[in-house]
Design a binder for this molecule. Sequence first.
Ligand code: EPU
Length: 300
Amino acid sequence: MLCAAPALLDAFAPLLRPNEPLAGRTSFRIGGPAEWLLEPATEEEFAGAWATACRAGLPVHVLGGGSNLLVSDAGVPGVVFSTRQLDGKPHAQGSRVSVRAGTRLAQLVSFAAQAGLAGLEGLAGIPGTVGGAVRMNAGGRHGTIGPCVAAVRSVDRAGSFVTRPGSEITWAYRSMDLDEPIVAVELALTPEEPRLIRERITANLAAKRTVQPTELHSAGCFFRNPPGESAGRLIEAAGLKGARVGEACVSEKHANFIVNLGQATAADVRALAERVRDGVRARFHLSLEPEVRYWPETRA
Ligand code: EPU
């Protein structure tokens, strides 16, 4: 147990779970436990516990949908803050939609379609939560979430809420420059006939199912696309489709997906990712960078 945990225990004991397994909370279904998991039900609870943990100097992590994450087999020291209970139905006012960070992205996408509000169709089929999607500037060929974000509400280390307009955030490829837990988001969308929005969603979902191994556990695209290139194409051209370490495998369907065949460990995935990097480096003199986040950052 961490010596600083009692500070948190005193005030937030009913919310804290020691040694909580994380594998089932990730799309990879891999990894050890969180030393402590804290799942606040309100933004205020979240902010108070976050400030207490930061003040105590505990290592802190934020867990959304766990869909871009590789948790080490040994687990994660410190406190993992889950946003799972910060969810709820999105709320529309005109073409603005407010939503809590723990709401599933899929729920937001279908809510917007039903409300006749366009802009999020490119996010159809992407797993995870709204907070995670904003933090990673999730997206694909048909757009990312960043341009639709009107405002982001986050919590600073002192436990105060900060609201930033989307226009003041720097949105980049699968990243943005706000490194604070996000608790709520406001989107600015464009009115359009629901039928047309739904048609685009259906087409995007079908296209995804054709080229991606959506039926297997994975963390989506494993590596970032190098500028002007496709990591999947490079990995395939390096002859690595089907490469395997333990039960981790480079998907035969899309080479930028590492899939869990059932009992893969984080160490299997890390070793396979290294083999892929080495193979692509040897063939193309190019170093692939993971898009997937490792917890903790130095170990598998
Ligand atoms: N390709 C191959 N072999 C493969 C995979 C792809 O040759 O195994 C070729 C394709 O034929 C195509 C090109 O590579 O010519 C690009 O492939 P694809 O259209 O599948 O797109 P991608 O660049 O691999 C990106 C995002 C995905 C997103 C799709 C569709 C990244 C790293 N990947 O994939 O995002 O879903 O476009 O919009 O940005 C994610 O971020 O987790 C993710 C899956």
